[in-house]
Design a protein around this ligand. Sequence first.
Ligand code: V47
Ligand code: SF4
Length: 360
Amino acid sequence: MIESALDSASKKRLATLRPGERIEAEFALEIARKASAHELGEAALRQRRARHGDRAYYVYNQHLNYTNICRNQCRFCAYSKRIGEEGGYTYSLEQVRKLLTDRMDHPIREIHIVGGLNPDLPYQYYLDMLALCKKLRPDAVVKAFTAVEVAYFADTCERDETTVLREMREAGLDVLPGGGAEVFAPAMREKLCPEKISADRWLHIHGLAHDMGMKTNCTMLFGHIESWEDRIHHLDRLRVLEDDKPGFVCFIPLAYQPHNNALGVDGPTGEEYLRMIAVSRLFLDNIPHIKAYWAFAGIKAAQMALWAGADDFDGTIVEEKIGHAAGADSPKGLTIAELVETIAATGFTPVQRDTFFQEL
Ligand code: V47
Ligand code: SF4
C-alpha cells in the first residue's frame, strides 16, 4: 500500500507516540493494515532511536545444528529428514568438537545450538554437548535448544521441564533461543505444524526459564498463510508473558523461506518484511530488541530493517542451514569484517554485543 488509509486521528496518534508508549492490539491491527509503509517505518524508527540511538548491534557467533533428523514434519520445514532418509545427519560429539576447534582463532562470543527431535539421541548427549561447548569456549554464551526440544527431552526422558532446564543449565546452558514459536493461533498451528507443541506449552516453557532467571529470545515465522490478526495475536501473547514473567531479550520476525517444503506458498515481499519489523517494534514495548535476521531476510532487506525499527543485525553465524535448506539466497555466514561493513553501510553505528546485549 503506497497511500495511507488511516483516518486523521489514527494518523496523528501514530505520528506522536511517546517513547515506549503502549498501543492496543486493535490499534496495532489498524496501523498494520492501513498505514503506509513510510508512516509505519517512521514511527518505529523513532521508537528504535529513543531506545538505542544510532547503535546497530551484532554478535560474533557460530550456529551448530547437531541433527536434521526429526520426528515432526512441519509443513514449512525443508531442513528435517526422517530416520533413514537420504541426507539425514547427526553429529557425534567428536564432530561437534571439530566444528568448534576449527574456529578457535575466532573470538566467538555465542554458540547457537538447535536441532531436530531425533529419537536415537540419549539425554546424556545433550548434556555432554553443552559441557563440551563450555569447556572449549568458556568465553562464549551457550544459547541452546528451543522450547520444542526442551519439551521433547522432558517427554522422552521422564523428567519435568524444570528439571530439564536445571540439568541443562548445570551442564552449560545459558539462554534459550526463540525458535519453534511459529504462529501461536491454533488454526494456523494445526495447518503449519500439527505435531509441534502447543502455543501454551511453548509460552509455559519460556515462562519457566524466566522464573529461573534464564533469559530467552522469541520468534514468529511470518509471510506465508497467516493473517495480520494472527500476527498481532502472536505478538500479544509474547507481550502478555513478558509483563507476567519478564525475560525476553530479543524478538526475531523470521521471514518464511518458500522452497523445498510442503507449504507451497510464496514468502514475504520486502515491503511486508519492513511492515512486520515496524509493527513488532511499535507493539512489543516491553521487549528491548528487534532482530533483523539477515540470513532469512536477505542482506539488503535486513539493512533497510534497521531504518524501520530493528536494532540488531545478528551475527557471523558461520553456517546457516535451516533457511538455506528452504532456498534462502543470502550467504551462509559472514566474516566479522563483512558484517561490520554491511551495518556501517546503512549509516548506523555497528556495536559488538554479547547475547545479553552487553556492549563488548
Ligand atoms: O524454529 C523453519 C524457522 C527457526 C523455515 O533465538 C523457517 O536468537 C523460515 O529460531 N522459513 C530457527 N523459517 C531459526 C531461529 C532463530 C534464528 C536466529 C536467531 C534466533 C535466536 C533464532 O526457523 C525454526 C522455525 O521457526 N524455520 N523452516 C522456513 N522455511
Ligand atoms: Fe522438526 Fe523443527 Fe523442522 Fe519442525 S521445524 S520439522 S520441529 S526441525
